[in-house]
Write a protein that binds this ligand. Structure first.
Ligand SMILES: C[S@@+](CC[C@H](N)C(=O)[O-])C[C@H]1O[C@@H](n2cnc3c(N)ncnc32)[C@H](O)[C@@H]1O
Length: 255
């Protein structure tokens, strides 16, 4: 029995479609909701402030799933490490790294699926990206320090989001950037109620700020809608709150 839904075939293909299918393949209606397409690309390309990153930037994408944001980061960063707890997702991300393509099964209705050939943009240097299975709450030693960390829609899937947030500063270089998005969809299957941020999730973002602010300055926060297709006539429309943080540079603050 599969206990982790992110190991299932259903979520694997849902995420391959979410990350890589064209906008038309995901949502073919000229109705609302198209503002929510392209979420993993928007996180990678609009979340960080690229004018403030060094030329040879190192980036870490925590909870990278099947890897679209990691590949997009490689357009700009010299080295990208994508880490996800799901071995199934990491295997698919590695397949895309090695072959540049994958097949996604898009659910249309009932058990009718359409096979979609997905491809990584050939302008992306895939050798800059490494994927590995791991727990963002217990990262292996030797990862080094990063100029940029992305943690998109991850924190409400963790058992202990507070300790995850307080440990992030150890992974960032001075002046490094952290971009977090979350819809704060707290569920006891992932996070016991006592660990929901902000006194049982009465004020999750205030608590996120309180945990990060000793070591980070908040630069900007904004809404990022995202659309996940369940089938041709059923979608999840959610609105993540994105926030970009700058790691405090103690050397500069003291001079
Ligand atoms: C809601 S999805 C978001 C995926 C991706 N960042 C995105 O925005 O599309 C949450 C992801 O976090 C991963 N995840 C859950 N717990 C994790 C953990 N402890 N360490 C690393 N990844 C984890 C899941 O496997 C899943 O891929």
């Amino acid at each position: 029995m599969i206990l982790n839904p992110y190991e299932s075939d259903e979520l694997l293909h849902q995420y391959l479609v979410f990350h890589y299918a064209s906008f038309e393949e995901q949502f073919s209606y000229s109705l609302g909701a198209s503002d929510a397409l392209g979420f993993p690309q928007r996180c990678a390309l609009e979340g960080p402030d690229y004018t403030a990153l060094p030329k040879e930037a190192r980036a870490l994408d925590l909870g990278c799933a099947v890897g679209r944001s990691s590949f997009e980061l490689a357009r700009v960063c010299q080295e990208v490490i994508g880490i996800d707890y799901s071995q199934t997702f990491i295997d698919a991300a590695n397949h895309l790294k090695i072959n540049g393509l994958h097949i996604a099964r898009r659910l249309d209705e009932g058990s009718t699926v359409t096979q979609i050939d997905i491809k990584i943009d050939p302008f992306i240097d895939r050798s800059r990206v490494q994927f590995e299975q791991g727990d963002a709450q217990q990262l292996r030693s030797g990862l080094g320090k990063f100029d940029l960390i992305l943690a998109c829609n991850l924190i409400c899937r963790l058992s202990d989001p507070s300790s995850f947030l307080t440990r992030l500063s150890d992974l960032l270089k001075p002046d490094g950037q952290l971009f977090i998005t979350t819809p704060f969809t707290w569920l006891e299957t992932y996070t016991k109620r006592a660990n929901w941020l902000g006194d049982g999730a009465k004020s999750s973002f205030l608590e996120l700020r309180r945990l990060l602010e000793p070591k980070f300055n908040l630069e900007k926060s904004w809404n990022l809608p995202f659309l996940i297709r369940e089938h041709a006539r059923k979608y999840q429309y959610s609105i993540a709150l994105g926030s970009r943080w700058r790691h405090v540079n103690l050397n500069r603050e003291l001079t």
